[in-house]
Design a protein around this ligand. Structure first.
Ligand code: TLP
Length: 345
């Protein structure tokens, strides 16, 4: 029986074309800037994001950390959403390693932060106050049901940042999902920001890797920060080769994942004891509430697991299922059947 692993799109395995490209990759020492495959991936990434340069990093967490360390010095502030991955799930790295002061402001259900709220928390120039150098947005917004943020909204926040002499960083871990959902190019969503990180190892199915993109000057400084956090990866072309295949072959198919997520959401919404508004599902992330009182959420997850369906608990009685490469329409039907059976047992 096939395990239907809906815990995350990070569980995706490389495609046969990726494995082949990894095997054949031309390699060099990337700390010397001499890995031709890494260099090619970085050029492609910069081009896809409409930026001058890009830097291959080990993970989304490392990409965001390097971005924060490059934009902010010790004691500087960065404003971000209280539900953002950087604030909640990156081990407080920028505070621990860079002395960056994080100001978390409320995310709205659509993943945005009200610009008026951002405006209110920016302190006036005074020796009492931290210098706030950076605003961070997340697109798609993972914990806000994978909501895509529009280019217009991002441009509005960028203009606000500029008015205050601040930079704007985008955690675009799933920016291609946002682009597909909104019917625009990813570079349009990235155009207003100073730096953008996107992941290869989620919906794009690579085993490892993310890219940080920005101006040539920013990326040069980011390269030093990456080195500092131990991210100089030598013959990283074996990993970058999969990334090249991902950018060439895996972006357009994300629409399939979105379609599967819609079907899954519709099905879950019809199961008594599970709470979900299908309108909130616009990309590949399906959050829903566990409302049943006859069993605990842990028992529900264990019962699904026994039948080969894996989902994740992210918060009390809050569950997440993510569609991705390797999950077919028939798997969605089977996952729904299992959920129905467990809930009516
Ligand atoms: N997210 C993971 C978990 O950590 C929650 C997931 O399964 O969704 N930004 C965003 C928006 C992310 O969702 C993630 C990973 C990251 C950054 C970090 O990427 P990695 O895992 O490569 O460090």
């Amino acid at each position: 029986m096939k395990t239907i692993d809906l815990r995350s799109d990070t569980v995706t395995l490389p495609s046969p074309a990726m494995r082949e490209a990894m095997y054949r990759a031309e390699l060099g020492d990337d700390v010397f800037g001499e890995d031709p495959t890494v260099n090619r991936l970085q050029e492609m990434a910069a081009e896809r994001m409409g930026k001058e340069a890009a830097l291959f990093v080990a993970s989304g967490t490392m990409g965001n950390l390097v971005a924060l360390l490059t934009h902010c010095g010790r004691g500087d502030g960065a404003i971000m959403g209280n539900l953002s991955h950087t604030f909640l799930n990156e081990a407080g790295g920028s505070a621990a390693l860079g002395g960056v002061y994080l100001l978390a402001v409320p995310n709205q259900p659509d993943g945005t932060i009200d610009p008026a709220v951002i405006e209110r928390v920016i302190p006036v120039e005074d020796i009492h106050h931290p210098r706030v150098r950076l605003i961070c947005l997340e697109n798609t917004h993972n914990y806000c049901n994978g909501a895509p943020l529009t280019a217009q909204y991002t441009a509005e926040v960028a203009a606000l940042a500029r008015r205050h002499g601040m930079a704007l960083h985008l955690d675009g871990a799933r920016i291609f999902n946002a682009a597909i959902a909104l019917g625009v190019e990813a570079r349009e969503l990235a155009a207003p920001v100073d730096s953008v990180m996107f992941c290869l190892s989620k919906g794009l199915s690579c085993p490892v890797g993310s890219l940080l993109c920005g101006s040539a000057e920013f990326i040069e400084r980011a390269r030093r920060m990456r080195k500092m956090v131990g991210g100089g990866m030598r013959q990283a072309g074996v990993l970058a080769a999969a990334g090249i295949v991902a950018l060439e072959q895996m972006v357009d198919r994300l629409e399939e994942d979105h379609e599967n997520a819609r079907i899954l959401a519709q099905g879950i919404a019809e199961i008594p004891g599970l709470g979900l508004d299908p309108k909130t599902v616009r990309t590949n992330i399906v959050f829903f509430d566990f409302l049943d009182r006859r069993m605990t959420v842990e028992q529900f997850i264990a019962a699904l697991q026994k039948e080969g369906v894996l989902i994740l608990a992210l918060g009390p009685n809050r569950l997440r299922a993510v569609t991705h490469y390797g999950i077919e329409r028939a798997d969605i039907e089977r996952a729904l059947q299992v959920m129905r059976r467990v809930m009516t047992a």
